[in-house]
Design a protein around this ligand. Structure first.
Ligand code: MN
Length: 176
């Protein structure tokens, strides 16, 4: 099922994920799936801050709207909120740009917008990329992670979802 069904494709989503350590899962819809990177420090609005983004397993589109808990014992056990989402666009063919390791794009989210780059680089391995805000009128020095910590979908914080008895729980079989 399509997440954020009021939005025309392609969509992006950033899930804030408190697992063993806190990170932000950045996901772009490309050819029917969510191509994903885990960003330990989260995105930054400042072009000075290049953020390590580790390419991780593609996820199903339907996972993009997941907000809840992943059970103890499962990979990624912990709590997830939808920190930001919206439409995105790429001036080039996204699949080709992905293969080339050089993806320029525009985000239209509620927290993140403007022009961004994901660049593959050889650091420790082929899964290492950098997420960089490009200089434009949306770039600034505000710490967006601290300023807007909650869910873009429900307004809840990770700590609230972690103890909410009505929050959905996932096990391994739920992942696409
Ligand atoms: Mn994660």
């Amino acid at each position: 099922m399509r997440p954020f069904s009021s939005l025309a494709p392609p969509i992006f989503v950033i899930q804030k994920h408190q697992a063993r350590s806190l990170h932000y899962d950045f996901r772009l819809e490309i050819e029917g799936k969510l191509v994903s990177w885990a960003i330990p420090k989260g995105p930054s609005l400042s072009p000075k801050n290049k953020r390590l983004a580790l390419r991780v397993t593609d996820h199903s589109l339907s996972y993009g709207e997941f907000e809840g808990r992943i059970r103890v014992g499962e990979p990624g056990a912990g709590t997830v909120i939808v920190w930001d989402f919206g439409r995105w666009e790429s001036p080039k063919d996204p699949q080709k740009a992905l293969e080339e390791g050089n993806l320029d794009f525009v985000l239209h989210g509620s927290k993140l917008s403007g022009t961004w780059s994901l660049l593959r680089f050889e650091h420790k391995g082929p899964k290492d990329w950098l997420l960089i805000k490009k200089a434009d009128d949306k770039a600034c020095d505000v710490d967006i992670l601290a300023k807007l910590p909650g869910s873009a979908l429900t307004g809840r914080k990770l700590e609230e979802v972690a103890v909410d008895p009505s929050a959905p729980e996932l096990d391994c079989s739920s992942f696409g």
